[in-house]
Design a protein around this ligand. Structure first.
Ligand SMILES: [Zn+2]
Length: 531
């Protein structure tokens, strides 16, 4: 039997951006849109043009995606024509493939929140869908509070959905906006809707307030819906949205769904899911949820005892799916077996040929474990791991020594009487027989240190001219009695390669210094600089 197509609609950048403490920059949004698009979601809802400057500028130019870039906004305001509603006009001008309107579908909200009539709300839905279609956009309608609305007045909730569908909306999306619906209710109500609107045009948008957003999404699919809306890592206000990071592997790996449906995420992209999940956490500067299904560090971890030895013999005995399928790894806390295999796999990936029985593999593993115990995270710092491995194998030349450095922050009044902070760094380096002293100012102590370090590397200077720091992230880890600072630095060079290095210390300058040094040394190794 041919499989049916099921569509994934990601709203990490719109609904997910409502999360407390989440503030995406334009660069963040572009990076995340690319991650999502590469993963293979069908729709990337990137924001609400007109609502804030970042979203407006996101949609002010054409962004090339494989999936459909979607702009979110409201249907026309009651009592106005579509062409006379500035919000709607701005939305129609947005450079997007699709427009997702949100409209009320609960009569109570129409009366109380919108202060208009049921008829006028229906007319607003029709006019808005028609206007967007006329602009050549694919149209979706998010029916806000659909399930509560349906429970209160089924005919009206349905009429809202039908108005959009009859006017030519590609999708009518049933939203559990306050996240209070239960799976059996969702299944029943979506089933009712699908008697009136073909399921191939019905979507589900579930919030997680009873921790059932994923279950509600699957309940809707069982009842006929063919689009799931959600976010990476379940990001979203309050308790979050339906978690696509859990939904995608379930659709791909559970026969009930994989036999029946095709989605845009390939098996190969599924292997990158853990990386994608962690990449979002990195952008948000959050620690990944260790216990996240499929992608969490503990998702395939087994503690000492009979389980672990059984897993070594036959992984399927205790795992519901193979961790590699989602890019995760098995973790046996009892033995070094898996750690050793992981290290060997990493070495192979980097292109370092080492014999399985080489004792240095175990030494490297011990070193990684020791360092991770005090706060290093090599999964997020590929270049620092590679340096650690190469050092263990004696493959990192001794380029230079930093004899000492001094960083100084001074706050004072400038000539205009304004209070300013000035950072200055002095670095004393020894390169071969040469002593080099560099002094630099920066907009902060780490920047000053970075500029001073890279100002004059003597005979190595020519190898690092293309080196650029592209991101700097600090996280305070609460390990034991003392807070520890972890710094991750992302660098890039003239070839377009990006790499991340790490430093950990109780002192933020020391942690930054380690990460800066690793970045420079990595660049020298990569450029083939001679010893
Ligand atoms: Zn929502």
């Amino acid at each position: 039997m041919p499989r049916e197509r099921l569509y994934l609609f990601d709203t990490t950048l719109r609904d997910g951006a409502q999360t407390n403490g989440v503030d995406f920059t334009l660069a963040d949004k572009l990076a995340i849109a690319e991650l999502l698009d590469d993963l293979g979601v069908d729709y990337v809802e990137a924001g609400y043009p007109g609502a804030n400057p970042i979203d407006t500028s996101f949609f002010s130019e054409r962004r090339e995606l494989r999936g459909k870039l979607t702009a979110f906004g409201m249907t026309r305001r009651p009592g106005r024509s579509a062409s006379n509603d500035p919000g709607l006009v701005a939305l129609l001008e947005a450079q997007a493939d699709a427009i997702c309107f949100v409209a009320k579908s609960w009569d109570y909200h129409v009366r109380v929140a919108l202060e208009t009539t049921e008829e006028e709300n229906l007319a607003s839905i029709r006019d808005s869908v028609r206007a967007a279609k006329a602009k050549g956009r694919e149209v979706l309608l998010d029916c806000e509070h659909f399930f509560d609305g349906y429970k209160a007045k089924p005919a009206y909730a349905l009429a809202c959905a039908q108005a959009a569908y009859e006017e030519g909306a590609r999708w009518v999306v049933l939203c559990d906006t306050n996240g209070g619906a239960l799976p059996h209710e969702v299944e029943r109500i979506v089933g009712e809707v699908c008697k009136n609107i073909p399921g191939s045009h019905v979507g589900i948008h579930a919030h997680n307030d009873t921790e059932q957003a994923v279950a509600n999404s699957f309940a809707a699919v069982r009842a006929g819906a063919r689009q799931i809306q959600g976010t990476l890592n379940g990001l979203g206000e309050r308790c979050g949205n339906a978690n696509l990071t859990s939904i995608i592997p379930t659709l791909k790996l559970k026969a009930e769904y994989s036999d029946q449906f095709d989605i845009g995420v390939t098996d190969e992209k599924l292997h990158g899911l853990t990386r994608v999940s962690h990449a979002l956490d990195e952008i948000l500067n959050r620690a990944p949820d260790r216990h996240a299904p499929y992608v969490g560090e503990s998702a395939f971890a087994t503690k000492a005892g009979i389980h672990a030895s059984a897993i070594v013999k036959e992984p399927a005995t205790y795992e519901h799916v193979a961790p590699e399928l989602v890019g995760n790894r098995r973790k046996l806390l009892i033995s070094d077996q898996s750690g050793r295999s992981n290290v060997l796999a990493e070495l192979e990936r980097i292109g370092l040929a080492v014999d399985r029985s080489d004792h240095r593999v175990m030494r490297l593993l011990d070193e990684v474990k020791e360092r991770e115990a005090i706060g290093y995270a090599y999964e997020a710092a590929d270049a620092s791991f590679e340096l650690l491995a190469r050092r263990m194998l004696g493959q990192v030349p001794h380029y230079f020594d930093v004899e000492k450095f001094d960083v100084n922050v001074e706050q004072r009044l400038n000539a205009k009487g304004e209070r300013v902070s000035v950072s200055q760094a002095v670095v004393k380096l020894r390169v071969g027989d040469e002593d080099l002293i560099s002094v630099a100012e920066g907009n902060g102590p780490v920047n000053a240190l970075d500029v001073a370090l890279r100002k004059d590397l003597g005979k190595y200077q020519k190898f690092i001219t293309g080196l650029e720091l592209t991101d700097y992230r600090v996280r305070i880890l609460n390990g034991g009695t003392q807070a520890v600072t972890r710094v991750l630095i992302e660098s890039a060079d003239e070839t377009g390669e990006h790499w991340t290095t790490i430093g950990v210390s109780s002192n933020i300058i020391d942690a930054s210094f380690q990460a800066l040094m690793d970045s420079i040394v990595y660049k020298l190794v990569k450029s083939g600089a001679p010893a």
